[in-house]
Write a protein that binds this ligand. Structure first.
Ligand code: PEP
Ligand code: MG
Length: 917
């Protein structure tokens, strides 16, 4: 039997049921430049804030990091002082053509002067130099996506003084070489690996293996070589004026807001481009100044499980980047208790205070300089979905927040991670663990091994499931990490880049499995005596850290325990009902188990493809008279009817909205010559006849062609058959006595009241007759989809006939934008790159344009029929920002694919809490 190629309508529909990945919320329309007072700088406007001037509520202006540094300063915590250059300065930088204007430069220098006073040290003063870090800090945290420069303020003279002042030349020159390396990479875009090569050369010449074994003289040698390399590449000397260094570094951080990885991250996390980043200039404290110094990252609760206990890692004699980059494997924070008990106690006390203050789990960075603790940052910690639920529920039980606040604490999209499969327990028992890493981000993943982000993307694009195996990941790997089922790294702890990013995405990750020997060139790795090549299957468990050298089947998740309790709170808060899109009893049951209150869209065409059905369908299509067409339809009828019975029963009497046939008929016919021959034979017609039918169904633009209700206008017998199937199924199930079914029939692609009336008349005549004959009392409704702009514009007239509306925002989006949902993927990337569109309008509802049509139709529909039931069943029905919009415009329900039902329930609850109606 030849394989039927699905047409774009059907393919689009099936494809559409998967949750969209990329995309960015906000639904902002086209914009070319960042917004800030029409692009002009305001004289006298304040762009620079000392830490002592801000507070936690100023994150829009100061970014998250800046606002929290200010808040900690206010609370008297040990924070190295400095200032924040505001997000508005960033937008001004872009509006000024990527320049920092004189006014802002002056404010930065003034900030520096105040900082010198506060710190009692002077910038560029060799006798006791003030060194600073320059770090990004957007409103929403974007870990590792933007740039940071440490140890700024050093040059050949200052470093000498610094060496004397600290009485530690090795440390001074180590700081200097780190600065040259970072500044060259981040600000001047000289590739980091080149510097690593120079370090390797020096290590080889000195016969040492670790950086730590290099002496002060070696560090001086590194400085010399770095600077020579810089001169060679840049044709000029490394900038020695600290003020120039500072301004260039601030510019680089602003610039990094627009780097490719930040753009990818923003799109993924729905962070608007026009927010911009703030820049924090902070006094350096040195975790790398000896054995009584160190640096670390810690959470007030476990970010993977939510368990209440200080959780984190630190490295002695290291700078912050060493922990996050995962180059050295750090020690757990609990060891600090033994290493430096006083520092540990002080840190634990601060952590506790911060959590109580913010009433949420905190993620903190700290540095210990010669035994003294400094807090470098605190923020609400990123966490896995399981941890987010546990923390939210625990905070309620601890009396810190109420149930409604708890509902706001979990990102709807995160729930996805809990709804997806775990390893099948029996298969897992039989599987052999070949190694173990850190359980960095939970869930189960199984896929073919790839060793680079590029390969991950390429393989995933062709439909392969992959596990990305890396020594460590860096922000450049983001695109590969997004598409991977799971991520496995050789190096790095729980706060390494791979771990943090994977948790944010809800992707399973096992990190820091040091036993893995990986060969990128030959594309294989060895572990536990096994050699695993590119393309071999492995499975990883992000909840245990276990690694298996084989494929392990997975099983579905369920909603219970904390999850169940939390969802009850969400359900209490929401106003929108949540339905599911389901075409089969299986999908219906799945949706129901995730809490769907009905089916908002049952696409009947999906039932026509299996086995004998497609044959009957084709028989109907090739018929050239009504009688033959009815014969074909009569064969389809029993299949449809029994499917509907199954669906009604699966939904246990909840509302079910059945949509009539929608795609153009040619999608049911073959396209390849060999299939045409085979199918003509099976149907007992000539190849010429089948060709002629295919030819006659050809359309230049099938999405705007003979489809939807237009099919029933041409062939009312289709509506008769489908009505018969819907009503008879309802009668049969009702007669069984358990459920009383009230069918809902939905007519697609209506653009004109009379068109709807024409089809509705056929439906009503057929249904009334059947109900009368059955002798039972059955109510039913006939409604329509609003998916053509004209339907939205004339919704008052359409509502005279339609008893309900369901916004088909897939079609409504394609028809409003005038681009096809199947083709837009080819060019939309250019639109994102050029900042014309910020997100995929098929994933996030375009509130400005399409949304305006929805709002208008809501108003017009209710004007005619005040109690009209209004919902949405396009893909947007499961997208949190679009659900919020649906709540705000007053829809009654949203409908989405089964796996997105809990996401929609939570999004609806959050919308109701934020926008009471
Ligand atoms: C829609 O257009 O939004 C819709 C739900 O219908 P389909 O995706 O089947 O065209
Ligand atoms: Mg549609």
């Amino acid at each position: 039997m030849g394989h039927l190629r699905m047409g774009p309508k059907i393919r689009g529909v099936l494809k559409g049921s998967a949750p969209p990945t990329g995309g960015c919320g906000a639904n902002r329309a086209a914009f070319q430049t960042l917004k800030n007072n029409g692009g002009r700088s305001i004289v006298g406007k304040k762009y620079v804030y000392m830490f002592s001037e801000g507070n936690k509520d100023m994150r829009e202006l100061l970014g998250g990091k800046g606002a929290n540094l200010a808040e900690m300063t206010k609370a008297g915590m040990p924070v190295p002082q400095g200032f924040t250059v505001s997000t508005e300065a960033c937008t001004q930088y872009y509006n000024d053509g990527r320049q920092i204007n004189d006014d802002i430069q002056q404010q930065i220098y003034d900030g520096l002067a105040k900082m010198e006073e506060i710190c009692g040290k002077k910038f560029a003063d060799p006798s006791n130099p003030l060194l600073v870090s320059v770090r990004s800090g957007a409103r929403a945290s974007m870990p590792g996506m933007m740039d940071t420069i440490l140890n700024l303020g050093l040059n050949d003279t200052v470093v000498e003084g610094f060496a004397k002042f600290t009485n530690n030349p090795r440390f001074a020159y180590d700081s200097y070489r780190r600065f040259i390396q970072m500044f060259s990479d981040v600000v001047m875009e000289l590739p980091k690996p080149e510097f690593e090569k120079i370090i390797d050369q020096v290590k080889e010449e000195k016969g040492v293996k670790q950086d730590i074994e290099l002496t002060a003289e070696d560090m001086q040698e590194l400085v010399r070589r770095f600077k020579a390399f810089y001169r060679e590449k840049k044709g000029e000397d490394f900038p020695s004026d600290p003020k120039v260094q500072l301004m260039e570094a601030v510019k680089a951080v602003f610039r990094s807001w627009d780097n490719p990885r930040a753009n990818v991250y923003r799109r993924m996390n729905e962070i608007p481009y026009d927010w911009g980043t703030a820049v924090n200039v902070q006094q350096m404290v040195f975790g790398n100044s000896g054995e009584s110094s160190g640096t670390g990252v810690a959470f007030t609760r476990n970010p993977a499980t939510g368990e209440k206990a200080l959780f984190g890692e630190y490295l002695i004699n290291a700078q912050g980047e060493d922990v996050v980059a995962g180059v050295r494997t750090p020690s757990p924070i609990s060891h600090l208790k033994e290493d430096m008990p006083e520092v540990y106690n002080q840190f634990a006390e601060i952590a506790d205070r911060l959590e109580k203050h913010y009433k949420d789990m905190q993620d903190m960075e700290f540095t210990i300089e010669s035994g003294k603790l400094y807090m470098l940052q605190t923020r609400n910690g990123k966490r896995t979905a399981a941890a987010a639920l546990k923390v939210a529920v625990d905070l309620v039980d601890e009396g810190m927040i109420d149930e409604r606040e708890a509902v706001l604490r979990v990102e709807p999209k995160q729930l996805d991670a809990l709804l997806h499969p775990q390893f099948d327990a029996a298969a897992l028992k039989a599987a052999k663990v070949i190694g173990k890493g850190l359980a960095a981000s939970p869930g189960a993943a199984c896929g073919k091994v790839v060793f680079s982000a590029e390969d991950a993307k390429e393989w995933a694009d062709r439909g392969e499931k992959v596990v990305l195996v890396r020594r460590e990941t860096s922000p450049e790997d983001i695109e590969g990490m997004v598409v991977a089922q799971g991520i496995l790294t050789v190096r790095g702890g729980m706060t390494s880049h791979a771990a943090v990013v994977a948790r944010g995405m809800g992707t399973c990750c096992v990190s820091g499995c040091g036993e893995i020997e990986v060969d990128y060139d030959a594309k294989f790795f060895t572990l536990g005596g096994m050699t695993i090549k590119e393309g071999d299957y492995i499975s990883i468990d992000g909840s245990t850290g276990n690694i298996y050298g084989q494929a392990i089947p997975t099983v579905e998740a369920s909603i219970s325990g904390d999850f169940g309790r939390f969802m009850e709170w969400a359900d209490k808060a929401r106003k929108l009902e949540v339905y599911t899109n389901a075409d089969t009893p299986r999908d219906a049951k799945q949706g129901r188990s995730f809490g769907a209150q009905g089916i908002g869209l049952c696409r009947t065409e999906h039932m026509f493809f299996e086995g004998e059905r497609i044959k009957a369908m084709r028989e109907m299509i090739v018929a050239d008279n009504t009688e033959d067409r009815k014969k074909g339809l009569a064969k389809i009828l029993p299949y449809q009817q029994s499917d509907f019975e199954g669906i009604y029963e699966a939904m246990e009497g909840c509302p079910v909205i059945i949509r009539f046939l929608d795609p153009p008929l040619h999608e049911f016919l073959p396209t390849k010559e060999e299939d045409i021959k085979e199918i003509a034979g099976e149907m007992g017609i000539s190849v010429e006849k089948l060709h002629a039918v295919i030819e006659s169904l050809h359309e230049f633009n099938p999405m705007m062609g003979h489809r939807g209700c237009r099919l029933c206008v041409s062939y009312p017998e289709i509506a008769e058959m489908q009505t018969t199937a819907v009503i008879n199924a309802a009668i049969n199930v009702t007669k069984k006595g358990q459920y009383k079914i009230s069918p809902n029939i939905m007519i697609p692609l209506v653009g004109e009241e009379k068109e709807l009336k024409f089809v509705k008349d056929v439906v009503v005549a057929t249904a009334d007759k059947l109900i009368k004959e059955s002798g039972i009392d059955m109510k039913y409704e006939v409604g329509t989809m609003i998916e053509i702009p004209r339907a939205a514009l004339t919704a008052d007239e359409i509502a005279k006939e339609a008893e309900f509306f369901s916004f088909g925002t897939n079609d409504l989006t394609q028809m409003t934008f005038g681009f096809s949902r199947d083709d837009a993927g080819k060019f939309l990337n250019y639109y994102y790159e050029n900042k014309i569109y910020e997100s995929d309008p098929f994933a996030h509802l375009d509130q400005k344009g399409v949304g305006k049509l929805v709002e208008m139709a809501v108003k017009l529909g209710r004007q005619t029929r005040p109690d009209i039931h209004l919902g949405i069943c396009g893909e947007h029905g499961g997208d949190p920002t679009s659900v919020e919009f649906c709540h705000r415009v007053g829809l009654n329900y949203v409908s989405c694919s089964p796996f997105r039902v809990p996401i929609a329930r939570l999004a609806a609850a959050q919308a109701a809490i934020k926008y009471p109606r």
